[in-house]
Structure formats: C-alpha cells, structure tokens
Design a protein around this ligand. Sequence first.
Ligand SMILES: C[S@@+](CC[C@H](N)C(=O)[O-])C[C@H]1O[C@@H](n2cnc3c(N)ncnc32)[C@H](O)[C@@H]1O
Length: 302
Amino acid sequence: MEEVLRFYYASPRDPIGMQGDFYTSADLDPIFGYLLAKQFSEWAADFDAFTLVELGAGKGLLARDILQHCRLPYLILERSPAMRARQEQLLKNHDVEWVDELPIGLTGCIFSNEFFDALPVHRVVRRAGVLKEIYVDADFAEIEGELQEQINAPLGEGHIADINLEARHWIRQIAASLDRGYHLAIDYGYLRDEFYAQPRGTLMCYWHHQAVEDPYLRIGEQDITAHVNFSDLIEEGTDASLETVRFTTQMDYLIGLGILDEIAKLANAGDAASMARLVKVKNLILPGSMGERFKVLVQTKR
Ligand SMILES: C[S@@+](CC[C@H](N)C(=O)[O-])C[C@H]1O[C@@H](n2cnc3c(N)ncnc32)[C@H](O)[C@@H]1O
C-alpha cells in the first residue's frame, strides 16, 4: 500500500481538486485557511517566535491562504516530488521553506489537513479468535497471514480494521520535534469505539470523485484512504508528552473560529459570486458531512 500511494502521489495528473479524484476543505474556499491563520496568530501571540510546519501540503492552497493572513515562518514537509513541484509553483512569491525532516527544538505549530488518512495502513481481520493481517500476492489476490507488527485490535470474529501504525510514529516524531507549541490535525476519523464498530474497516478509494470499495482496481491511479483512529493519536501523544487540549468536529472548531460571521458577510453581500462561495463554505460545517466527519485534534507541548 505504501508503494501504491507513493506512485499515486507521484503521478503527473493532479489527484486533488475538481479535476482530480477528491477535494479537500482547502479546495472549497480560502476561508478555511483564513480561519486557521486566525488560530495560529492567536497562538503565536504568546511566543517570541512561532514557526508553522505543514505536513503533506497537497497543491499548496492551504499554505497560500494561511500566508495571506499571517506572516509566520512557514515550512512544508512533503514527500511527493510531484506535489512539491505544484506547491513551489503556487507559492513562488511566498516565503516558504521545504524540509525533508521535522526540525528539532521547534517553537510553533506542526499541522496537517488530510495527512494522516493518506498514510498506509495494516488491514487486519479476526479469524478463530486470532488477528491475521491481510496481504496480497503478486496478482493482488488476498492472503491472510501472521502479523508482522504488534497490533492489538478489539475486533469481533470476521471483522476487519485498518490499523495506521505510521500515524503513531508521526505523533512520536512531532512530539520529539516540538520544544513548545502545538500539534493540530484535521482529518476524518473516529475515537476507538466508533473506529472498531465498522465491521468492514474504513479503507476506501476515490477515483474521479467516485467512492470505490475495491483497492485492487486501477492500482496507483485511484486514491486510497482510511479513517484515522484519533484515540491512537491521543494516547501516543500522551506517552510522548503531548497533552490533548481539544478534540472536536470541524463544524464545532470552525464555528469557534468565527465561520458564521464569514457566512453572514457573504449572505449580506448578496451578489452571485458571494452566493456561490456561500454554498461551498457551508459545506465546511455541514452536519453529517464534512462538518462532522472531519475531526480536529489539538495537542500541546508546554
Ligand atoms: C490527501 S493529501 C492532503 C493535501 C492538503 N493537505 C490539502 O488539504 O489539500 C495528502 C498529502 O500528504 C502527502 N503525503 C503523503 N504521505 C506523506 C509522507 N509520508 N510524508 C510527507 N507527505 C506525505 C501527499 O503527497 C499529499 O500532498
């Protein structure tokens, strides 16, 4: 899965946006970046220096929109050369530095939008009481075998879960990188009970904005994603001295940052362009959809 995702994000075809396979909150409207910029500025006010580090910056839209409203040092950690080239092009007039590793001794905020859900997962299933990992052979036929890594998953018999061990690894790296400051992750996912209540797991593929259940179709040409188990991120953070200060829905979080005022301004403007934006902006906080499926985790290191 790691190789397939690497290949997918290396493609010359842009996977993100209306012409791609999926869109993110950053694609919908610059208000998303504006509200995050407000959050970062509030946090930065308590520090002498404050650096932003974005993980997996996609096309660079979020960086562009954040930098429009707050002038803080900005680093991007992006693994895909193709995505990085798009970011460099879009951000050529902005003061952004690309890094291959998280810096040490950072004061600031490491953040991401839809980064953790793009990491490869281990698919496991319980058979006769024992956890097995689902592998594929050279022809992409599934084989159930012994676990290669230690995984504890409270699964019912025959149930599947997609375990993101890399997410835990990233949380440890983030904690090690931060001297003081914040980690903010926005992603779709659940806390543990809801996560393991999905009997078929949460692995899903996207191709030209269609949800596709079969990950063995169009290998390397469709996005593969899985919901984040935020309980893992919270627990791993606690072990690594990251204190969780907030876990909520995107709707709740953006309302707290003032999105309703922005919606009212668009409604009052009343022109066609503002109405078109209004429809998109409302999606960011729509209950039952992006507003609730996306969660926001804020951790801090004091
Ligand atoms: C779903 S996209 C999110 C894009 C962007 N954050 C947004 O909101 O539009 C995932 C991004 O993470 C990057 N990525 C995936 N795995 C990564 C890794 N291990 N290290 C750094 N970047 C990674 C991808 O290349 C892509 O830019």
